[in-house]
Design a protein around this ligand. Structure first.
Ligand code: PMP
Ligand code: GLN
Length: 378
């Protein structure tokens, strides 16, 4: 077969997840919570099924859900998106990313991706004939070198993809970062794909800087979010995107043939559940407690770290422990110590190895204790 993605193999999450199961390891690799969702949300889904919401939903998503998303975005970020024409419910954020790239990126277009980057961006760009233009994030804060970023832009640049709070580093963008980006993109026709799936998980009293808060960015952006992350239900694969009408029209042209529509009863349940802002506003403090619990438990370990500022991931630097590559070390941790994590090089430019592993702390305290006990022994 003449593969369209000759350099792509099985992704890291499937690979490490399988190893973790085989070796019965404590699994802090793939990002998913190992605790239950709110029983109230489950009841709402049951109710939606029992009251017959099990046929196709409208292509854009049910109106009541789009309406409450519009309200939430306006209340949080001061930007109003029209629920009729500027919001689409999707099969998770992955589908937003895939559909947006397929709708806008053509043969020969360049797409700037900040590295390390979540793994689904680049293969999708390649699949649609685009060229990935990587720009490395630097230092423990994973900062953008704006000069380098600016020099990566040219007349072929069709899209820029950004992600804050950032997977895998747990860093977040500041208001100044957004203003700088806004300045650089001003006067261009570049589309911004802003991956904000961890928008409700930001620590230490800081605020999520959504691109929707910055008018000149918002006017060129497709923004994605994920209910999987926000409501501890990653397996439900449901999320949404917001974008100005001109961009959303193009997005929906593809979306209607990509999935047509999304799980109806879950949309119905979420439309009610989202009416209580506490259901998502408590998430930052909930996960900050988890982060602090985990970091306190590994205080005596030989790993070095900068505390995560958002997401449910924590990077640990093991350079004082061993010289092994991060992939070798991650695999040995699973086999010998029964602890699974993700090597950061898989997200990096040229698979650069900075001796860092990513750990997911969206776990019960009992699981975090078991992981810490292993990390403290190494
Ligand atoms: N973007 C980032 C940065 C993510 O971490 C994830 C989840 N792993 C996604 C997108 C995909 O989200 P979903 O599960 O809703 O498709
Ligand atoms: N987003 C999750 C992570 O980064 C996993 C998603 C996936 O398995 N593709 O761990």
């Amino acid at each position: 077969i003449n593969s369209k993605l000759p350099n792509v193999g099985t992704n890291i999450f499937s690979h490490i997840g399988k190893m973790a199961n085989k070796h019965k390891a404590v699994n802090l690799s793939q990002g998913f919570p190992n605790f239950s969702l709110d029983p109230q949300l489950l009841q709402l889904v049951e109710k939606a099924i029992k009251t017959g919401h099990y046929q196709y939903a409208p292509m854009q998503g049910i109106f009541s859900l789009r309406e409450i998303i519009s309200e939430k975005t306006e209340n949080l970020y001061g930007k109003s998106y029209n629920p009729e024409s500027e919001i689409t419910i999707t099969a998770g954020a992955t589908q937003v990313i895939f559909t947006a790239i397929s709708a806008f990126v053509q043969q020969g277009d360049e797409v700037i991706v900040l590295k390390p980057a979540y793994d689904c961006y680049e293969p999708t760009i390649e699949l649609f004939g685009g060229t990935v233009v990587p720009v490395q994030l630097n230092g423990p804060e994973f900062k953008v070198d704006w000069k380098e970023f600016e020099s990566a832009i040219n007349s072929d640049t069709k899209m820029v993809i950004i992600n804050t709070p950032h997977n895998p580093s747990g860093t977040i963008w500041s208001r100044e970062d957004m203003l700088r980006l806004q300045d650089i993109l001003k006067g261009t026709h570049i589309i911004l794909l802003s991956d904000e799936v961890y928008e409700h998980i930001v620590f230490d009293g800081k605020f999520h800087q959504s691109v929707s808060k910055f008018p000149d960015l918002a006017s060129r952006s497709i923004i994605c979010s994920s209910f999987g992350k926000t409501f501890h239900v990653t397996g439900w694969k449901i999320g949404y995107c917001v974008a100005p009408k001109v961009l959303m029209e193009e997005f929906q042209k593809v979306h209607q043939f990509n999935v047509f529509c999304i799980n109806h009863p879950i949309q119905k349940a979420l439309a009610t559940y989202l009416q209580t802002p506490r259901h998502y506003l408590h998430l930052s403090s909930f996960y900050q407690e988890k982060r602090d619990y985990f970091l306190e438990a590994i205080r005596e370990s030989r790993f070095r770290l900068t505390p995560s500022s958002g997401t449910y991931f924590q990077l640990l630097d093991y350079s004082e422990i061993t010289n092994e590559t991060d992939t070798d070390f991650a695999e040995r941790l699973v086999k010998e110590h029964k602890l699974a994590s993700i090597p950061v090089s898989v997200f990096n430019l040229n698979n650069q190895d900075n001796k860092q592993l990513r750990f997911c702390f969206a776990k019960t305290n009992d699981t975090l204790d078991r992981a810490a006990e292993i990390l403290n022994r190494i």
